[in-house]
Design a protein. Structure first.
Length: 84
């Protein structure tokens, strides 16, 4: 069976610890993830760290789906994304 690989687009807003109430300019990144079970996707943690908005799409389609970070492990640099 083929493991579907998807593209992950994320908007990040890293905190500014010196000025915690000041907004930061969002940064954008593109990465990949793959399906592990049901509607869960596995990706790298640094790709979705401090993410304010995460979308995923299959490479062969133009439809984007909103995803949420289910859990994140910075030590192993892995994160699980949930797609409703």
């Amino acid at each position: 069976s083929v493991i579907p690989v998807v593209e992950v687009m994320a908007a990040h807003a890293p905190p500014n610890f010196l000025y915690p109430y000041q907004g930061t300019v969002p940064e954008f990144s593109h990465s990949t993830a793959f399906a592990v079970e049901g509607q869960l996707l596995l990706t790298n943690a640094h790709c979705v760290a401090y993410a304010t908005h995460v979308q995923v799409k299959r490479r062969d389609q133009d439809v984007r789906f909103v995803a949420s970070v289910v859990c994140i492990g910075y030590e192993c640099d892995l994160a699980l994304l949930g797609v409703p």
